[in-house]
Design a protein around this ligand. Structure first.
Ligand code: FAD
Length: 312
């Protein structure tokens, strides 16, 4: 059994989600190899070689791999696929883009967004927006799997680094090209990996009121999230959205402010370790998943909370 993990990265740093995918790969068993496909991503390959349990790293460096476009990744991964029983990638924006293409080309079923590895053929994954967990047994000879990063421990570092082998990146079909990307700049931690997240919903009333949450976030070194209703109302950009159609987060602490707790929102945050909800409606469904609930007007409760943090 040999497993290939395709690394998620930004060409400068190895994504934490890759460490989660390595943990999943170790549970499948056998040797774990990592593919770092990118442009000038040598430092990422070095970092991948140090991840605990990694036996070998392949490093492919080419312009079309910079953004891991699906066509370029397909050509590269299919060139390696014969040697592997399972191919894993974190279920990130890029992984979710290229993995279905690889599965289709290998003529196997993709096993998406796994939350647990039972054995080399059996996996558990959420369905119905996380309201049910499905056990999937695959008889495909080669498994193509995306891994939900928030549900696996992040593998640490090992004492001695694995070898890094440079491989050629084959010419990819030029069916698509990277045009541009717009990334929002923030000094706060990234929403998907932050240890503390404070999110606002429609109850915030408008975008300006999100400053109340931002002040708390700055004191707690937290990321700011939002419900879809808050995003749709234009209070905050859509990369703030947590939920079924937004980001899936599982921080140590999730504070939901003025959020009712619709199932589509819960799908993105209910695995958080501690959930705190502030809502003026005591019947709000968010209180069913909250570890601590405060029935209060957020415009009183959040500034009072901020003041208390200031005393610490
Ligand atoms: P509301 O449901 O309007 O709740 C606002 C809450 O604020 C209420 O509970 C109210 O009591 C409280 N409140 C109001 N004023 C105050 C105050 N002053 N102090 C304290 N509390 C106050 N939603 C997501 O969040 N993420 C998703 O990814 C997502 N994906 C979806 C996908 C699909 C296919 C569909 C159909 C829906 C999706 N939704 C998603 C939308 C979801 O169904 C809800 O509409 C949305 O989550 C509601 O957002 P909300 O809780 O902010 O708003």
């Amino acid at each position: 059994m040999t497993v290939l993990v395709i690394a998620d990265h930004d060409n400068a740093e190895l994504g934490e989600s890759t460490r989660a995918a390595v943990t999943a790969a170790k549970k499948i068993g056998g040797d774990v190899h990592v593919l770092v496909a990118g442009k000038d991503a040598g430092a990422v390959a070095e970092a991948a070689a140090k991840v605990d349990g990694v036996a070998k790293v392949f490093h492919a460096d080419a312009e079309p791999l910079e953004k891991q476009l699906a066509e370029a990744m397909e050509t590269l991964v299919l060139g390696l696929a014969d040697d592997y029983d399972a191919i894993l990638a974190p279920a990130t924006t890029t992984g979710k883009n290229f993995m279905p293409r690889i599965a289709a080309k290998l003529d196997v079923m993709q096993i998406s967004d796994i939350a647990s590895v039972e054995d080399a053929e059996t996996f558990i994954r959420p369905i119905y927006a996380g309201n049910a967990m499905m056990t999937v047994k695959s008889s495909d000879k080669k498994k193509v799997i995306t891994v939900r990063p928030t549900t696996f421990e992040k593998a640490g570092d090992q004492d001695s680094a694995a070898s890094v082998e440079t491989i050629d990146a084959p010419e990819a079909a030029a069916a698509s090209r990277f045009v541009s990307e717009e990334l929002s700049e923030s000094d706060r931690p990234e929403l998907a990996s932050a240890k503390i997240v404070i999110s606002g919903g429609r109850g915030m009333g408008n975008g300006e009121n999100f400053q109340i949450l931002e002040r708390v976030a700055d004191k707690l070194n937290a990321a700011v999230g939002a419900s879809r209703a808050a995003v749709d109302a234009g209070f905050v950009p859509n990369d703030y959205q947590v939920g079924q159609t937004g980001k899936v987060v599982a921080p140590e602490l999730y504070i939901a402010v003025g959020i009712s707790g619709a199932i589509q929102h819960l799908a993105g945050m209910k695995d958080s370790k501690v959930i705190v909800a502030i809502n003026k409606d005591e019947e709000a469904p968010i209180f069913e998943v909250a570890d601590y609930g405060l029935v209060a007007d957020l415009f009183d409760a959040v500034p009072a909370f901020e003041e208390e943090i200031g005393k610490i």
